[in-house]
Ligand binder design. Structure first.
Ligand code: ARG
Length: 498
């Protein structure tokens, strides 16, 4: 048996079906490039600590660069994971006396945890950028619709008039909290488990902070048992992704409803629509439906990770391998969904006339009429609520005469006698003046929405700036790693294999 992993302890090759069952090669395509970076950082550190010679170091690094160029498809896929298959390819290239030294002071347990964190960090930077894009589109569309009146809903029933800008700002605010959660989770993802080895660290005089620095991590997952066995960072990240998908699915649901002939508030661009194979007239919002649907799959990924991690004793258990692909699925789906809904919102046509027309159907100004009664006559709100409630049983907007008649039956006197005028009633029943009055912080009045928009734009710019800095820092560390690798190869004079 030439299998570099099994040849010592095990006499027989693994059963084919067992190999397929236990292999992570498929999902490991996510961490192929990361694994090479991790191998490089570890190798450089081994040389700096004089655990391996400079010439071995440079041969290993050259071998790793060659493997990277060859691509994952040239690795032996019968091995149980990318780490061992990569090491075996290295040994093929540079010989065991050199390549066989790379894994000193390390285990696949700390290696894989490092790779996952390394890749997840990039995906998180990506999702931060995607979320900023969507927020920008929402703010832009809101800015164009500060005066676009529409009915606001509770229980999906017409409730009170508001504006489209006010509605979109609500979604934008939810997404900024999502971004905060990604940033927060990032701080616990971007830590280095490398050097923990199997779980008990190593007797080699390795330098954990050096590999941490070379790989651009912000610090160590210090305790070596914790480093190899904890996957709470996966749970946390998948939880953040699931939360994003919940927010997107709520927006998607509105897109579906608003596209119906009953609502007719918006029309999606053809790019985001499908049609029927039998009904030629159909324009269906399938893309939005699938965002709603895929939110279920992301929740499923989170549930899988949670259930896989539950009850695992310390330290490493192979179960952990089963958790990893779930986070790749979750982050991939979430990132695409964010970008697609961004495109849908940025290109949809808003039927402002229909929205305005609908803004007063269903007596949406009833609250303002009751409030007006309170302010003009001094009756308690609860009494006004009763009077307007009785009026709402009738059809259409009430006249001052009808108001007085109902008031008489409820409190024994007319409201016009107490100061309510026809002009006040007309104003209360007007959607535009309803909205203008609601100028408390966070309300839909155009001036308040403008203030809020300006503030959100500033916050967006700050977030964009912070993300740019973060990207520069991470990119810089990777660039530095490659420079160090190049220098190691050059300095050893490329003496090659011994
Ligand atoms: N493929 C494994 C994983 O994803 C790598 C670590 C394997 N470690 C082991 N002791 N078998 O977890």
């Amino acid at each position: 048996m030439s299998d570099i992993l099994r040849r010592g302890r095990l006499a027989e090759a693994a059963d084919k079906e067992v190999t397929m069952f236990t292999s992570s090669m498929d999902a490991d395509k996510w961490i192929f490039v990361a694994d090479i970076a991790v191998d490089m950082a570890h190798t450089v550190m081994l040389k700096e600590q004089e655990i391996i010679s400079s010439s071995d170091c440079s041969s290993i690094l050259e071998g790793l660069l060659a493997i990277k160029d060859m691509g994952i498809e040239n690795l032996d896929h019968t091995y149980e994971d990318i780490h061992i298959s990569l090491e075996s390819k290295l040994i093929d290239l540079v010989g065991e006396d050199v390549g066989g030294r790379m894994h000193s002071g390390r285990s696949r347990n700390d290696e894989v945890a490092t790779c996952i964190r390394f890749v997840l960090r990039d995906e998180m930077l990506g999702i931060m950028d995607d979320l900023l894009g969507l927020r920008k589109t929402l703010l832009k569309t809101a800015g164009e619709n500060v005066e676009t009146i529409m009915p606001g809903f509770t229980h999906l029933q017409h409730a009170q008039p508001t504006t489209l800008a006010h509605h979109l700002l609500a979604h934008a605010d939810a997404l900024s909290r999502d971004l905060e959660r990604v940033v927060n989770a990032f701080s616990r993802v971007n830590l280095s488990p490398l050097g923990a080895a199997a779980f008990a660290s190593t007797g080699f005089a390795i330098d954990r902070t050096r590999t941490c620095e070379l790989l651009g991590f912000d610090g160590l997952v210090e305790n070596s048992m914790d480093a190899v066995s904890s996957r709470d960072f996966l749970i946390e990240s998948a939880g953040v992704f699931a939360n994003i998908m919940i927010n997107l699915s709520r927006m998607a649901e509105e897109i579906v409803i608003w596209s119906t002939s009953e609502f007719n508030f918006i029309e999606l661009d053809d790019m985001y629509a499908s049609t029927s194979s039998i009904m030629p007239q159909k324009k269906n919002p399938d893309t939005a439906e699938l965002i709603r649907g895929k939110s279920g799959s992301v929740i499923g990924s989170l549930m899988s990770i949670l259930s896989i991690c539950k009850g695992l004793p310390l330290s490493y258990n192979r179960d952990l391998q089963e958790a990893t692909p779930n986070v790749w699925r979750a982050v991939g789906t979430t990132r695409t969904a964010v970008r697609i809904i961004d495109g849908m919102i940025g290109t949809m046509k808003v039927n402002t006339d229909t929205m305005a027309l609908q803004s007063v159907t269903g007596f949406t100004t009833a609250t303002e009429l009751a409030d007006t009664m309170v302010r003009s006559t001094g009756i308690p709100f609860r009494t006004a609520h009763q009077i307007v409630g009785v009026l709402a049983r009738g059809s259409g907007e009430p006249t001052i005469g009808e108001i007085d008649a109902v008031a008489h039956s409820v409190i024994g006197e007319s409201l016009s006698a107490r100061g309510l005028t026809e002009e006040m009633v007309r104003e209360a029943l007007d959607a535009v003046s309803n909205i203008k009055k609601r100028r408390v912080p966070g309300g839909p009045a155009p001036e308040e929405v403008q203030r809020s928009l300006k503030n959100r734009m500033n916050l967006l710019e700050n977030d964009e700036h912070a993300l740019k800095e973060l990207n520069i820092r991470i990119d810089g560390s990777i660039k530095n790693l490659h420079e160090v690798v190049d220098r190691c190869i050059k300095d050893s004079g490329n003496k090659g294999n011994r």
